[in-house]
Write a protein that binds this ligand. Structure first.
Ligand code: PPE
Length: 316
């Protein structure tokens, strides 16, 4: 992975290589952590964190759902993140806040194990490849069902839950596909291993509802709003597996992945990225980079010192 200079760890900025934990940290053994994936983009007005508030609110909700009390407020984490981006001299980056039970007590009711919090930021390119963003990716329905609300909390973004995503992703990668699509306990489409799913059928966009076993994606929410603003109908409803094969267009959304068209599901070709996908993807990219006036409120601009706010001009 690419690195940066500093990581924010429990209130302090420490050199990247020195941001360490004890091997008996609770989170390492039991997956007791909650995290976020956030992106910061270069804009004309300097670096801007996309939907920062919503991501930090989701982090707080995830912590609450797992009975973890965060020792820092969203305002403190926001400030720390801005400072981290500044100190690392980053223009665009992926941001990973993580809160986990640290060292101090073992066992499953380890209330005295302290909650540790880190925020890291580093450059992370296209999650599913630049080519995938342009020409679409190949997906396969996983033999692993998505975690159900009966046993875990799909709406929380918790570390341990990702073993489910990792099984699905590993299976799809080992079979030569770019990404896995998971079904829920009833056989309905839920999500990708790290993305929400959208279909286009007869000009209407469809995506599984909030009540499904999905992470309530912030990119999903942004894309629903953009699509509706563009005049498209968006239906949040159950999606049958066969609808994936019959879709006119299909795409995935997530912070890391951004908006990625799907060109194949279970060896059924869907073709090159469709028209509606292209229109929404372009508008979404405009929103991310501060080129769409009506979505400027989604951007949390990072103040950078005077003189440092000019992107370095290479080959110009
Ligand atoms: N579902 C899952 C399971 C998921 O992990 C993500 C984000 C989403 C949906 C989309 O949510 P949002 O980012 O709010 O639009 N996946 C994160 C983790 C990726 C990773 O490999 O780590 C991400 O995109 O940052």
């Amino acid at each position: 992975m690419e690195t940066a200079e500093l990581i924010w760890q429990n209130g302090e900025f420490v050199p990247w290589q020195e941001a360490k934990v004890h091997v008996l940290s609770h989170g390492l053994h039991y997956g007791t952590g909650v995290f976020e994936g956030i992106r910061c983009y270069e804009t004309e007005r300097g670096p801007a964190v996309f939907r920062h508030r919503e991501h930090l609110e989701r982090l707080e909700r995830s912590a609450e759902l797992y009975y973890m009390e965060l020792p820092y407020s969203a305002a403190e984490l926001r400030k720390a993140t801005h400072e981290l981006i500044r100190r690392n001299g980053l223009r665009s980056c992926y941001i990973r806040p993580l809160a986990f039970r640290g060292y101090g007590e073992m066992g499953l009711f380890a209330q005295s194990a302290p909650i540790e919090v880190i925020v890291a930021a580093w450059p992370w390119g296209a999650y599913l490849g630049e080519d995938g963003k342009k020409h679409g990716i190949r997906t396969k329905v996983s033999s692993w069902r998505t975690i159900s609300g009966d046993s875990l909390i799909p709406h929380a973004k918790a570390s341990g839950q990702y073993l489910n995503s990792i099984l699905a992703k590993t299976e799809s990668a080992n079979s030569g596909y770019d990404e896995a699509i998971l079904l829920d306990q009833h056989g309905c489409v839920s999500e990708g291993s790290g993305e929400n799913v959208f279909l286009v059928r007869d000009g209407v966009l469809c995506t599984p509802p909030h009540t499904a076993a999905i992470l309530d994606g912030i990119t999903r929410d942004s894309v629903v709003q953009i699509a509706r603003d563009l005049g498209y109908r968006v239906e949040e409803r159950d999606i049958a597996r066969s609808e994936l094969y019959l879709a006119d267009e299909m795409f995935l959304t997530g912070t890391a992945a951004e908006l990625v068209p799907v060109r194949e599901v279970d060896d059924h070709p869907l073709g090159e990225p469709g028209e509606i996908t292209g229109v929404i993807q372009a508008r979404f990219e405009d929103a991310l980079h501060g080129r769409a006036e009506e979505y400027l409120e989604w951007l949390d601009f990072v103040e950078v010192p005077a003189g440092a706010d000019e992107p370095s001009k290479v080959n110009s």
